[in-house]
Design a protein around this ligand. Structure first.
Ligand code: SF4
Length: 352
């Protein structure tokens, strides 16, 4: 039996046709799932009993099982288990007027960033469309009130390495019959896979959402050391692609920069970063994320003075930048479990 949430609306209509159901029934079911978050065919009361039976014989919900929920003052971390017993992490961030959800797109990650806890186990597999969208559905079902308005693909994994499934999720999210989220409220965070960025630039659906790229270093050598994947996805190529990426009006690309003591946090590094951005200041903003020490990783957090000195250089060059200190907001900082791991430590500290 297949998961009904594997399909954007167009594909679901085709599946319904195969089963001898009128395609408009797909719209009805889609609305139950993504407008009312009803994941039980028996409760879809505008469908006849016969239809409900047929659907429940062919489709099911929830490829993920909720294992745990840990609450901190401004975030909730959810742990899910897949049917093949992998753990998926999702973080809900509470903001003043709304919620933001940080979803995972893979189990593990192949990019191998040396500062990221997800990289330690390598890539296990891609998450399916249903497994990604189920993170949203189950967290939304868990909330007493309010809707998740923002989604960031910044959990475990490299979303552009799971392009097709992530695109289907985006389609469900932006569909007016689906979650109906604004494209501006969805962010794909990537380590910068050149071929996939080029694909995204040509893709009418994907190029409309926000793009965040983990930069983390300002020379090819330093970047390769932190992010082994960049040996074949060079800094030069990356900046070329980003400088010509077709951005929607008033949109900017976020460059994520994890500040690590003695590695990439000097004033000289900041000057080089400004030079790298060059004349394209209006196209980029920089998120500076002070590294949070992890017992499994060999790096340290810079001092406050060094962070501020770095920031001052960017301001001097007129480059828009933010330092992400707050627990919840920090999750926006860079891709991967770096943040969720960090959050986990903080949450554990908070509940002890
Ligand atoms: S930081 Fe992101 S891209 Fe790098 S290993 Fe971690 S999850 Fe993968």
């Amino acid at each position: 039996m297949e998961y009904i949430t594997n399909y954007p609306l167009g594909e679901l209509k085709e599946r319904f046709k195969d089963l001898g159901l009128e395609p408009y029934r797909a719209k009805q079911v889609f609305r139950w799932i993504y407008k009312k978050f009803i994941t039980d065919f028996a409760r879809m009361t505008d469908l006849s009993k016969e239809y409900r039976k047929l659907l429940s014989e062919n489709f099911r919900f929830h490829p993920l099982k909720k294992l745990d929920r840990v609450e901190a003052p401004d975030a909730i971390k959810y742990l899910f288990k897949t049917v093949d017993s992998h753990i998926v992490e999702t973080v809900l961030i509470k903001e003043r007027n709304h919620y933001t959800l940080c979803v995972s797109s893979q189990i593990g990650c192949a990019v191998g960033c040396t500062f990221c806890a997800t990289a330690l186990d390598g890539l296990k597999r891609n998450l399916t469309t249903a497994e990604i969208i189920d993170q949203y559905i189950q967290v939304q079902q868990d909330l007493d009130e309010g809707k998740i308005r923002n989604v960031v693909f910044m959990g475990m994994g490299e979303p552009l390495a799971n392009y097709e499934n992530v695109k289907k999720v985006v389609k469900i999210m932006i569909s007016s019959e689906g979650l109906d989220l604004s494209k501006r409220r969805i962010t794909i965070s990537t380590s910068g896979i050149i071929s996939q960025l080029n694909r995204m630039a040509q893709d009418e659906v994907m190029r409309e959402v926000n793009l965040a790229v983990s930069l983390n270093a300002v020379s090819q050598k330093a970047r390769e050391e932190l992010m082994p994947l960049t040996k074949t996805n060079t800094l030069k190529e990356l900046m070329e692609v980003l400088k010509s990426f077709p951005l929607p009006k008033y949109r900017r690309i976020t460059l994520e920069y994890v500040l690590i003591k003695g590695v990439n946090d000097s004033v000289k590094d900041a000057e080089k970063l400004a030079k790298l951005i060059g004349q394209h200041k209006r196209r980029f903003k920089v998120n500076l994320i002070p590294f949070n020490p992890d017992p499994n990783l060999p790096y340290e957090r810079p001092s406050l003075t060094d962070i501020m000195n770095f920031q001052r250089v960017l301001w001097k060059h007129g480059i828009s930048n933010f330092v992400r200190f707050s627990k919840g907001i920090e999750v926006f900082g860079a891709c991967g479990q770096l943040r969720t791991k960090r959050l986990k430590l903080e949450i554990e500290g908070a509940v002890k």
